[in-house]
Structure formats: structure tokens, C-alpha cells
Design a protein around this ligand. Structure first.
Ligand code: URA
Length: 217
């Protein structure tokens, strides 16, 4: 079978397979977004991470740097990881859509929510990524990631903080996207952040260091 961006021949080694998938997403033109983006932004993290965190799509800074969650939303996610005491080496971070969709306002590239058909076109890349990383659980940040992972529209405000099950049988924790917190009422930001941490803490069992049981003397 010829090597195509949609189904690249994958090396057996998962790290190399992820790299091949990354390169293939860069060439992907199954939807129009890739044409205008600087590059694809693939997931990052250890190949056998216990949890995969899934966002919506790369933003302006992610598009320029080629790395997920390096802009303002990523900094808030980093703060949450720190505040929750999660082990970085257990986390793999990625997006439902691999290219940055934007509209120009003057010289500024403003984030534009990907259309459902674009999310659907990108889904097989996320599925391949999940198949290589083999996480034990997923965290969906926001409506786009939740819908991509659960295959149905998700009312994030109603379903947040709960575990759901995807078609693979993997547990999926739904919560808000960090950008929603950044866009929210500044006076409510602290309370919204605390609530978000509470949602995310549902994944502590996968990500926090295990407490040592006290040794009997
Ligand atoms: N928002 C996302 O959903 N993903 C990123 O990588 C950055 C911002």
C-alpha cells in the first residue's frame, strides 16, 4: 500500500510511530485548516503516559512553536498540574485538531473554533495517537475535545467533573478548557479555578504520587 498521510506506515516502536504520525499530520490536507497554519502541532509527553489530556486545537503560540499548550491556556494548565502535585512524566498532552484555525483581524490571528467536520476529519490522528500512547485514562478539556472523545455532543457545564466511558472503554474525565477560565469574569476567576482543580483532581489516582503506606516496625 502506498504511504499516504492518512495511513502512514508506522514503525513498531511507539516513539518512532508517534514521530511518523506527527510528520503525516503536517502534510495532512483532509480539511482546509492545514493550508493556512504554520505547521501541525502534535502531542507531547512520554509514550506510556498514564493520562492523555486533550484540548481543542493549537493556538497562535502553539502554531508558531509547534508545541501544544505553550501559550496562556497552557500556562494555566501547567499551574494546575503544579497545584495538584501531578507527576509530569505520567501526562501526555495533545489536541483534538492538529492545526491552528484562525481568522485575521488586522494583523492578529484570532482563534476560530473548528467546525464539526474538521474535528471529524482530524479524529483518526487522535485515535492513532491514543493507540500508540495507550493511556489508562483521558481528560477532555472543553466541548470540542469531549465531543471528539465521546462521539456525542457534551454539555460540559453539566457533565464536568464526571468520568464517562469512550468507545474503547477508556475512562474520560470531562472539564472546562483553560481558555474558558481565562475568558471568564475576572472577579470569579479564583473560584472558577478552584472548581476546575476540583474537577481535575478526579484524575489524582492516575497522576499523583502514591502515598507510601506507613511501615510497621
Ligand atoms: N488551546 C488548546 O486547546 N490547545 C493548545 O495547545 C493551546 C490552546
Amino acid at each position: 500500500m502506498p504511504d499516504s498521510p492518512r495511513s502512514p506506515e508506522l514503525p513498531e516502536d511507539p516513539e518512532q510511530a508517534l514521530e511518523a504520525l506527527h510528520q503525516a499530520t503536517d502534510r495532512c490536507r483532509e480539511c482546509p485548516i492545514g493550508e493556512h497554519a504554520t505547521q501541525s502541532v502534535f502531542g507531547e509527553g512520554p509514550v506510556r503516559a498514564t493520562v492523555m489530556v486533550v484540548g481543542e486545537q493549537p493556538g497562535d503560540q502553539e502554531d508558531l512553536q509547534g508545541r501544544p499548550f505553550v501559550g496562556p491556556a497552557g500556562r494555566l494548565l501547567d499551574k494546575a498540574v503544579e497545584d495538584l502535585g501531578w507527576l509530569r512524566e505520567r501526562l501526555y498532552v495533545t489536541n483534538a485538531v492538529k492545526h491552528f484555525k484562525f481568522e485575521l483581524r488586522g494583523k492578529r490571528r484570532m482563534h476560530k473554533t473548528p467546525a464539526q467536520r474538521e474535528v471529524a476529519a482530524c479524529l483518526h490522528w487522535l485515535e492513532s495517537e491514543i493507540a500508540q500512547v495507550r493511556p489508562q485514562a483521558l481528560i477532555a478539556l472543553g466541548a470540542t475535545a469531549s465531543r471528539a472523545l465521546l462521539g456525542r455532543p457534551v454539555a460540559v457545564m453539566r457533565e464536568r467533573g464526571h468520568w464517562h466511558t469512550d468507545a474503547r472503554g477508556l475512562p474520560v474525565l470531562v472539564t472546562l478548557h483553560p481558555s474558558a477560565l481565562l475568558r471568564g469574569d475576572p472577579e470569579q476567576r479564583e473560584a472558577a479555578y478552584e472548581q476546575w482543580l476540583k474537577d481535575l483532581s478526579g484524575a489524582n489516582e492516575y497522576l499523583a504520587p502514591r502515598k507510601r503506606s506507613r511501615q510497621k516496625r
